[in-house]
Design a protein around this ligand. Structure first.
Ligand code: UD1
Length: 358
């Protein structure tokens, strides 16, 4: 039986890998092996997602943990090279744009193992973002590129990628969302809150700098005078939180909490008045759900969420956040982008079957 290895490492990989794993399993043609690099390792950032998304326990865990970019990427490469040489898979699948993705891409290329990139072709055109570097390198090297939207195909063609490698399949994260929506509920402790604003912020450009994080909090406290605000704090943000001038035990209607699992987060998202975020995936999920999304960035690698969906880029002028909330048009027309239909993973499995010609 031909072998397929899936490499995952960080929270946003898990919801993309789960439907692809299942769709390939349904073919009953391949042996599948799951490798977790350990880039994210907390229960709240990793374990809970495996349970909720019904991902099997990884066959291998490289336990890399948090380090600087070079150390983290290099450690994943060293661990994966040994593993891939031993297991000798026929195909590797990598997801998204995290350090685990680019590390696997480099290793596969140098030992001539073909690999597929799920969520290929997204570009913010901002090379200060580590994820943009990861996307550019991964896509140059990939043998199969599965794109979530047609703008991604155009980006890849402009970068000289052979069009025979590019497959527009739609958004696998929406497969997971559609499948699990019925099971999604907000956490019990927020069951009474209505008309709330949900916030997630973890980009280095927003949260690593104390001055920025201070002004973000000033704005969120301002917003919380009108609407309840729920803010699950990413570990990266938590690291900086200790240094800012706010009394964390006394934030009133701004509810700070630890990172939340997939089902509870989805429950919060679908009932929110609006979402404020700098995440990539949440821009897409809110578009599908029809919930207004204010993205605290100057650019997005997911332009269809702005042109077709509910997403609005509000830039980095943090003090404008309260005004942007008040300006949200509740009746803005929006559409769901093509092929965000819950069947993207099935399309991927079909293409992989042909590629491996079994
Ligand atoms: C990574 C991804 C980013 C993705 C994000 C989602 C890269 C370059 N970035 O960023 O694209 O949007 O994951 O969460 O791959 N930490 C913990 N526990 C964990 C994981 C991390 O405490 O389980 C802390 C560590 O202190 C670490 C910090 O979070 O220093 C950042 O983790 P890291 O994986 O390096 O990057 P993220 O900011 O999470």
């Amino acid at each position: 039986m031909k072998k397929i290895i899936h490499v995952v490492g960080a929270r946003p990989n898990f919801m993309k890998a789960a439907p692809v794993w299942k769709a390939i399993e349904d073919l009953q043609l391949f042996e599948q092996i799951l490798v977790h690099t350990g880039q994210h390792y907390d229960k709240a950032m990793s374990d809970i997602f495996f349970k909720e998304l019904n991902l099997p326990k990884p066959n291998y865990n490289l336990n890399i943990g948090s380090q600087t970019h070079a150390h983290q990427t290099a450690a994943i490469m060293i661990g994966l090279e040994d593993l891939l040489l031993n297991v000798s898979p026929n195909l590797v699948i990598v997801y998204g744009d995290v350090n685990s993705t680019v590390a696997a891409a480099l290793v596969c290329s140098k030992i001539y193992i073909p690999f597929a990139h799920v969520e290929a072709g997204l570009r913010s055109f901002d090379r200060r973002m580590p994820e943009e570097i990861n996307r550019l390198v991964t896509d140059q090297l990939a043998d199969l590129l599965f794109t979530p939207s047609q703008d991604a195909d155009q980006n890849l063609l402009k970068e000289g990628i052979n069009d025979r490698k590019i497959h527009f399949v739609g958004n696998v994260m929406i497969d997971t969302l559609k499948k699990l929506l019925a099971k999604a509920n907000p956490p019990e402790k927020y069951a009474e809150l209505n008309n709330y604003i949900l916030v997630t912020l973890h980009r280095p450009s927003n949260v690593d700098d104390v001055t920025n994080l201070n002004s973000i909090f000033d704005s969120l406290i301002e917003v919380s005078k009108t609407f309840p605000v729920i803010f699950p704090i990413h570990p990266r943000t938590k690291n900086v939180l200790k240094k800012i001038d706010i009394d964390l035990n006394n934030t009133g209607n701004l509810h700070l909490t630890d990172p939340i699992g997939y089902l509870e987060f989805l429950g919060l998202m679908q009932n929110a008045k609006a979402v404020i975020t700098d995440s990539g995936g949440i821009q897409e999920e809110t578009t599908w759900l029809g919930i207004p999304c204010l993205t605290v960035r100057e650019n997005t690698e997911r332009p269809v969420t702005v042109t077709m969906g509910t997403n609005q880029l509000i830039g980095l002028d943090y003090h404008k956040i309260p005004q942007s909330i008040h300006n949200i048009e509740l009746d803005k027309e929006y559409d769901i982008p093509p092929l965000w239909d819950g069947s993207s993973a099935r399309r991927i499995a079909g293409i992989i079957k042909d590629y491996l010609a079994v």
